[in-house]
Every structure is written in structure tokens, then in C-alpha cells.
Design a binder for this molecule. Sequence first.
Ligand code: PXG
Length: 288
Amino acid sequence: MGLKVYVDGEYYEKDEAKISVFDHGLLYGDGVFEGIRSYSGRVFRMDAHIDRLYNSAKAIMLDIPATPDQMKKIITDTLEINNLSDAYVRLIATRGCGTLGLGPDRCPSPSIICIADFIALYPKELYESGLEVVTASTRRISLGTLYPQVKSLNYLNNILAKTEALNSGCSEAIMLNANGAVAECTGDNIFIVKGGRLITPDVSSGILEGITREAVIELAGKEGIPVEERTVSRYETFTADECFLTGTAAEVISVIKIDQRLIADGKPGPMTKLLHERFNELVRNEGA
Ligand code: PXG
């Protein structure tokens, strides 16, 4: 029995789960999504993901045809029906079927898709050795275009930055905002450590407000580590004591080289290791 995918109230075998070629999610990237994880059968920070999804939908004036509670049930049912307990969940709301024209008024019924699958993670060795990243020339979308807080189906600018990373033999790229300050990576938020302080770009730097980022800020607070959310320059990343990325897929992963500059001694630092460990404990214990 293969994977079952939820589409608009029904479960379909993976190969049968399809949307129309007239869906504006496909035609224009008109829709929103969430990437969520479950650990030992518990969905990590489900409420935060649901809130972000509905806020993203609100910002693009998309009426999700389900209540937040119904969405939560769709997530847990999809995990259950697939018998998955440690899994990755992709929840999508598209504008739905319309005509060949941008107008969302041409799309009477938005679609909901929920996919639960095994997670493809970075190889374990990379967590021990740390990542090499590059700064992409492709800038993060600015606050004046599409709000970076909206987790929309438009990921082309991130994909272009990711392509730059892959072309340089790296797995991630740092994206700058329109002012040239550090924003985030293509699918992760970024943190640096300097003089015992944890520093990360603030929301007005043009970032997605990551749920892993928020959890790490909370964990740092509990450890008594001072946290600064503010503008971060490229220079500060090069000269940091430590650097790491956070995201639902990557969790907490060390960065040891940025644009060929070795970060400190080129090994994952103590604060990165501590917060990674605390994060691993949190995802396993929260709500247990
Ligand atoms: N910034 C961007 C642009 C993202 O897309 C994050 C930061 C981290 O946010 P969370 O809430 O996950 O801590 C993301 C999240 C994937 C994948 O399939 C991407 C994300 C999440 C899950 C899976 O590459 N991006």
C-alpha cells in the first residue's frame, strides 16, 4: 500500500493525487503552504504552523475552506492514515481552479492538499562537520513586493539563490535584502554568535518568521543567553564566533564557511551544539 495524499476531502494514492492544470497555484504560484514535522507521533508546534498558514492566506486574501481546527485534524488524520510518526507534512492551500487570467475572482473554490512523507534530511555527517554556504547575488523579495512573512507558493527567488549555492558546490545560500543586509537562507533562518551573544536578523530585515527560529530564541532565553534581533551585515557573518541555520527540515545546523571565509576554527561551536541539543530535547518532549 502506497502513500495516501489528502486533496479536498478525499485520500488518493500518491500517483492518483492530482490537481487541475487550471489551478492558479500552478499557473501563478497563487497559494500558501506550511512545512511541518511530527516527532514520535506528535506534531511540533502545530498551532504556530496553523497560525502562520492562516496569516499567509489572509495577507493574500485567500479564504481557506476549512477552520483551523479542521486543518489540524487533516494533518493528524493524514499522518495516521499513512501510519507515520516521525514525518514531514506539507500542507498547501491553493487559489483553486480558474481561467487563464490572473484574477483570483475567477477561482470559486480554493483547494487544500496535505502530504505526509518521510523526511529527506541533510546527511548526518554535515551536522558534525557543518555546512559551507555562499551569499547569493539573488536578493530576498523586499517588504514592498510580496511580504517575506507570507509562506507563498512563489519560491522562485529562493530557488534561484539555491541554484547559485549548488553551482558553487554548497547546499545553502545566504540571501541579502534589498539594502544588502543579511536576511535568511533559501529555506532556513540564520543566526550568528559573537562574544557570547546570539544575533539574528529581525523581521524588518525581510525574513520568514521561522517557527524553529522562534523555538531557538526561547531556548536561548532559558539558557540565559542574550539574544539580539536586528540588522546583520555580511561582515558580521564573516567575523562571527559561530554561525548556524534553523528550519523545520534542517532543525539546527552549523555553518563553518561563508564565501570561503572559515568561521572561527571551522568547527561547529559550543553555543550551536548546546542549542542543537536543547532543540532535539524540545521536539521530543514538548506536549509529551
Ligand atoms: N525561511 C524560509 C524562506 C523558509 O522557507 C524557513 C525560513 C524556516 O522556517 P521554519 O518555520 O521551518 O523554522 C523556511 C522554511 C523544504 C522546506 O522542503 C522548507 C522550509 C520548511 C520545511 C521544508 O525545503 N522552509
